[in-house]
Design a protein around this ligand. Sequence first.
Ligand code: IMP
Ligand code: MG
Length: 181
Amino acid sequence: MTGAPEIHVLYSQEEIAERVKAIATKIRQDELKDLLFVAVLKGSFIFAADLARALHEVGVEPEIEFLHLSSYGANTVSSGTVTILKDIASDVSNRDVILVDDILESGRTLRFAADMIKERGAKSVRVAALLDKPMYRKADIEADYKGFDCPDKFVVGYGMDMGHAWRQLPFIGFIPQDGDK
Ligand code: IMP
Ligand code: MG
């Protein structure tokens, strides 16, 4: 592609795969029952796919669902309001649920999702976030399973986008700004 910006690798495919495996092992140790694994679209789709297969490798057999929420407009600044674009179809009552997302930033999206699932009668709601940006937290929520602490950069790849581009990258990267090496 001509005119594409140079993207610096923040976390390589190998580093991500190692963390995904570690998260799957931790989930198995928690011995969750009747597990419902909810991928929060769109950004989590590659992480969720890899984590689901890593769970299979360690003998965990979740039901897999998809929840599409929007807290962003076309820009990169959170509007603070969350809307449901596509709801899950499964009954969550009395089940252990894991919400799987790409980045926990303000936490508003996952706080909204966790409250909604809890109100529907889930036994427990946990959060698996590939990246954590605690410096921007606004809502009271933390990841039970975390891939990496993310530096204060806008990252792309491995499912995550900037203006709808770069989700296809197999690694997590960032577009260098002035001041980045
Ligand atoms: P929040 O925790 O409600 O603020 O929402 C976090 C969501 O914002 C993530 O799931 C991403 O979809 C998006 N997001 C936040 N930071 C980034 C980034 O650096 N790159 C791409 N998407 C981001
Ligand atoms: Mg998201």
